[in-house]
Design a protein around this ligand. Structure first.
Ligand SMILES: Cc1cc2nc3c(=O)[nH]c(=O)nc-3n(C[C@H](O)[C@H](O)[C@H](O)COP(=O)(O)OP(=O)(O)OC[C@H]3O[C@@H](n4cnc5c(N)ncnc54)[C@H](O)[C@@H]3O)c2cc1C
Length: 447
């Protein structure tokens, strides 16, 4: 961890509650302490310990220099999965196209879908969490006695009331406390968002992409090599595996647009884990390639996670003293690969604005809302256009698509291939983030 100098423009230290210890919550806790070690920060998590499930996440674009400024890029790099690239395979596992690795520092490259920073979600969450704790230890070693950082697990909020300049929170253990700021970092289905913005706004903010996904790990076998593999199966099904240098293989199942299955799966996500696995098995058992093996592995996997893929679009990112961060405020969907990067951008801008506006927290929250609009416009855009991207459904359609892709690949018409697959990566155009005067935000190390 770097020991960057501190700056305390926020004159009055804040009493901050962060709800959710995923990626966004601990990242914000680290940054807030940097600009004012006197802040009192409490992070609560619904689960009894850090929730380390989930598969590979990307760190891209401005997420990389922000992580460098936070002093955790080295730790993230050490946790990277070493994937060699990505292949499109047919139902016999034969490779049709090979994609390379996307170096986050090089603006324009050829056909590349694997990213330079691909990290298992559990490792990523742990780096942010450890980083925030180490920051506090560093502050206390320096002699600071005010402020603090506390993580409370197995804890949720049952009631949220707001007055002019503070929020009154009732916790699941019955305790009541007041905070200057409550940060909802509780993910795509944020309950805090519903409490603060009301049922109607909450219901409207989730835009389903009509796609459902399940992620889990199975034992690796010899033929699971270090390239990720994608398989288009008939009836709007897609399967992906990722192994890299790890001893297990991650399996991703996608049910692409299919009205009937979409309606069914919406209900399935609310059922027991066992019932969910049954439904996914029924749909993928006959999909071809190695799906029978994947379904066998799913039976005993312990980190099964399935959800409806969609985006969160909020008209405002704050309501009184409650502010939305990460997926709770602007989940971009895994199709963009920008969930973690946007959480870091959000943490950086929120911290920067709080520091910049000193004691005027309301002005800081409005500036955060405004500052996030450009990144959201850019990074919530789905590559290839989720509504229009072409996805082959019939067996015949897949055969034709695979043949066309093979020919295009041989001709190295990369952009066209990406368009056909709906797989164009995000554009590499630079987006200028605000530069805050606080040296402790690591501006001097941002590219
Ligand atoms: C278990 C899990 C697996 C995931 N797997 C993938 C994946 O494979 N691929 C992918 O692209 N994205 C995945 N994601 C989403 C990804 O982590 C986010 O898009 C991104 O990292 C932004 O993080 P976040 O902190 O905003 O949200 P999240 O990572 O979703 O974290 C939210 C945190 O808040 C906690 N929480 C939720 N409700 C409450 C509550 N009421 N009170 C207190 N705490 C609460 C959750 O337990 C979680 O720890 C997963 C998320 C989770 C929770």
């Amino acid at each position: 961890m770097s020991t960057l100098p501190q700056s305390c423009k926020a004159k009055t230290p804040l009493n901050v509650l962060i709800i959710g210890a995923g990626c966004a919550g601990p990242a914000l806790a680290l940054l807030l302490q940097r600009v004012n070690p006197k802040h009192t920060i409490t992070v609560i998590e619904r689960f009894p310990s850090l929730r380390t499930g989930g598969q590979q996440l990307d760190l891209k674009a401005q997420g990389v220099p922000i992580a460098r400024g936070m002093g955790i890029l080295g730790d993230l790099k050490a946790a990277c999965v070493h994937e060699t690239g990505m292949k499109l395979v047919d139902k016999n596992g034969k490779s049709l196209i090979q994609f390379g690795i996307n170096d986050s520092s090089t603006p324009k490259q050829g056909l590349a879908l694997t990213n330079e920073y691909e990290i298992m979600r559990g490792d990523m969450v742990k780096v942010f969490y450890d980083g925030s704790i180490m920051e506090r230890e560093r502050i206390e070693r320096g002699g600071e006695t005010e402020g603090g950082l506390t993580y409370k697990f197995n804890t949720t909020v049952t009631r949220l009331d707001q007055s002019d300049s503070r929020a009154e929170v009732t916790f699941s253990d019955g305790q009541k406390k007041h905070y200057d700021l409550v940060v909802a970092a509780d993910g795509q289905n944020s309950r805090t968002r519903r409490m603060a913005f009301g049922d109607e706004t909450n219901a409207k903010c989730f835009r389903s992409l009509g796609v459902h996904a399940a992620y889990f790990e199975i034992p690796r076998i010899e033929s699971d090599h270090s390239d990720a593999r994608i398989f288009f199966a008939p009836c709007s099904r897609m399967v992906m595996t990722r192994t890299g240098n790890r001893s297990t293989t991650q399996v991703y199942l996608f049910i692409m647009k299919d009205k009937e299955r979409h309606e069914r799966m919406k209900g399935v996500h609310k059922q027991s884990l066992e019932k969910q696995k049954e439904a996914w098995t029924e749909i993928f058992q006959d999909a071809g390639w190695e799906c029978k093996r994947f379904m066998e592995g799913m039976k005993t996997t312990e980190d099964f996670y399935a959800h409806e893929i969609g985006q969160v679009h909020m008209p405002q990112l704050h309501s009184g003293r409650v502010v939305l961060l990460g997926d709770a405020g602007y989940c971009p969907s895994p199709f963009t690969g920008m969930g973690t990067t946007l959480s870091l951008i959000g943490s950086y801008i929120l911290t920067g604005e709080i520091a910049k506006h000193g004691d005027d927290v309301d002005a800081a929250l409005q500036a955060y809302h405004e500052g996030m609009q450009a990144p959201l416009q850019k990074y919530q855009r789905i590559a290839g256009g989720a509504e229009t991207s072409f996805y082959p459904s019939s067996e015949f359609g897949i055969k034709i698509t695979n043949n066309v892709l093979w020919i295009l690949s041989s001709l190295k018409v990369d952009k066209l291939i990406m368009w056909v697959g709906g797989l164009l990566p995000e554009s590499k155009d630079e987006l200028a983030l605000p530069i805050y005067p606080e040296p402790s935000l690591g501006n001097e190390t941002r590219d």
